[in-house]
Design a binder for this molecule. Sequence first.
Ligand code: NAD
Ligand code: WQD
Length: 331
Amino acid sequence: MRILLTGGAGFIGSHTAVEMAQNGHEIVILDNYSNSDESVLERLEKIIGSPVIFEEGDIRDYDRLYEVMEKHHIEAVVHFAGLKAVGESCAMPIEYFDNNVAGTVTLLRAMKALNIKKLIFSSSATVYGVPQYLPLDEKHPLSSTNPYGRTKLHIEEILRDVAASDPEWSIVCLRYFNPIGAHASGLIGENPRGIPNNLLPYVARVANGQLKAVQVFGSDYETPDGTGVRDYIHVVDLAYGHVCAVNYSANHQGWVAINLGTGIGYSVLDIIRAYEKACGKPIAYQLVDRRPGDVAANWADPKLAKELLGWEAKLSLQDMCESSWKFQQSC
Ligand code: NAD
Ligand code: WQD
């Protein structure tokens, strides 16, 4: 299929571009580079081995979206573009609702005008709020604890209404758990601007000497070693999940939400140990207070993805840390 990847220059989008191209899809990337830059183009072309179509543009710009999708005869959209920092969303809720929610509505308007009715949306396990039980399956009640999470919840609801309004729509909301790691080539990965908020990029920068020590947020949780537990998923596995979702959308209509996770929880200390093994040196860390808003543990029930998409995560925690380290050394 000819697929538009909004936000395709970013961390998950760039890995998905590779998997899509390697599985026979034609891709067009649209990005405003607010959290990425054009250098990823060259790296993607090196991995894929052929030219990649990049269009600079903003998902809030209807005319630009219409022009790009019409020009490239787009048949399906994978929608990654959005702002994603929880803390920033509390300080800038208007920008988050504008970019994520209004941007998605603008995208839907342009898709509808062009009769493009297949959409895969980047949702998040954040829509489960504070876990009432584990593992988290798709029937778990939804809630949100911050504006970022609310943008994902609102978008999921909007998409559900859109699918209900017209049986031709096929909409898959993929609820990602904690994507980490990098492409095996070491050419693309996650390299956030400034001091990283998320664990893995922080650990990677301690490993390469850019930061001094990992602050481990909380060591008194009711978890096996007292530190927070999450379902870390290799970004390449996650990317392949989008290929399966696009293939699914080719012969299924309606709205569905599907978890993409491994079903395994690792603690912060597990991550530090695995990274030490990957980079061959000790990672300094300090146990500090809990980070406000964090939950003790969450991990996915990934059964629905297997059932509907035929997808399951294959790569190990060691693969995640080794690929991250390979990428980090090239930054
Ligand atoms: P990212 O910031 O690396 O990628 C997002 C891309 O979208 C960037 O290249 C950015 O420049 C672009 N973008 C942002 N606003 C745009 C706009 N208005 N118009 C055009 N392009 C725009 O983030 P990521 O980690 O690759 O996340 C991709 C998606 O997955 C996001 O929607 C995010 O909320 C969601 N998600 C991410 C995680 C995670 O932990 N990384 C977890 C769950 C869900
Ligand atoms: C993981 C664990 C921290 C940093 C966030 C978003 C979520 C989703 C994924 C988009 C926790 C601990 C972290 C550090 C630490 N994104 N930690 N020291 O919070 O599970 O999820 O990213 O949808 O919405 O909330 O990920 O990587 O920030 O934290 O000890 O410097 O690492 O307390 O237990 P989180 P994270």
